[in-house]
Design a protein around this ligand. Sequence first.
Ligand code: TRP
Length: 503
Amino acid sequence: MERARWASRTVFVLAAVGSAVGLGNVWRFPYLAGKYGGGVFLVPYLLALFVVGVPVLMMEFAIGQKMQQGAIGSFTKLHPSWGGLGVLALLSSFIIVCYYAVVMAWSLIYFWASFGVPWAQDPQDYFFTHVLQITESVDTIGGINWPICLSLLIVWVLIYFCVWRGVRSVGKVVWLTVPMPVFLLVILLIRAITLPGFLDGWAFYLTPVWSALLDAEVWIAAFSQIFFTLTLGFGVMVAYASHKESRDDVAKDTWVTALINSGISLFAGFVVFGILGYMATSTHTQVAELAASGPGLAFVVFPEALSLMPVPWFFSAVFFLTLLLLGIDSAFSVVEAVTITILDTTQRWTSNTLSLLICGSACLAGVIFTTRAGLYFLDIVDHFVTNYNLIIVGILQAILAGWLYGAEKLRRYINEVSDWRVGRWWNRAIQWSVPVVLATLLVNQFWNELQEPYEGYPAWALMIGWGMVLLPCLVFFTLLCTSRGRIRARGEDASPRTSPGRR
Ligand code: TRP
């Protein structure tokens, strides 16, 4: 069967940008910037973008486009026994999309509630007691929270309709879901700069606290944010690129995608901090205090800021619609990537049925995050999967493409098809910087984990997190070993005396 193609290169870039730009840009990036020294966070962030982000994105695009298959097929073509790396990447993305959709479900609830702004009295209480109905610790599961569960179901139905006709429907949906949230952000920015105090927020956002650079945690946060925000190590970009023609440009698309994505993050920072500046002025607090609220930023501090504005319902609705639209194309990119990759290996199902199966199972798996202890599970799983799985996939990918296949071979391919030439720095980035930097982060993170258990959660709960790391890795190693064995056996069958690894 002829491989489905993106309608144009613009559509491909839109889809890739859609996958990259998500809650990570509007909620995660500003809260990290707030937590890690304001403007100074941009230093490790931009460094991570150029040292790791762009080279790895280019590598993923090149692999998918050259091999014309999803992650498993493409990695097998790079080295016959490494298909399992695709499984590891896709399992990790599947886990992420399960809880990511739950955050979208909260956004949907807030969007719905916006018209009455019910959080105006006590936003903290509204989020934790009213919406999440959170239990006092992870030890009490507290049963399923039905409104969230229902909202999750709606989110998944929406996601399903975006992907039900594969690349073709994605190609249409992204024309709406990518520009629209950016437009909505512009509305919010205009609102922010017409309110008193926004400059205080910007001052906080742009003033570097240089001492933060001495903290290893800042660096870890910056590098894992780059992986998360560019959707690297998920097998998504490989799958998306596999639907381009194999002679299409790689380098330009990479730069465009990476720069638009980080541009939107920086831009969202202005929106978020502008509004926080206004809130700080009107409630006589410090911006730093508001910004350091961590993950609660989008659902506690921000709603409060919105409720202080004139016409609060309108701006609240705009904000939560933005979150939903931002999230949806990141979420469906994962469904699409898994579908594409499975379809490459078996034709047993149509892409329609497969997408339905994936959406259905992710929705079911996500139910655990809709329990009253769901936020704790979400926090734990997010911590482990983003800090370990993605980094591990990143290292293994770099070894596979940089060393086993050969960075130079891939670079020559990129230069054959691209207008903008890529220099030898890229080989060094893939072979050295990426694995070395990522391995350092991994070791450091692991060391921290040993020093103190993450957020003081009980051991049984952390075991779930470790399970999410170890099980996919185990699958990878098993596949690696068995396919090695199989290749060797085949080699010996064909010609008993040649060395097996070479064939
Ligand atoms: N890039 C997305 C963002 O910035 C996050 C993301 C990466 C994601 N991989 C994902 C979301 C997989 C859902 C599923 O928000």
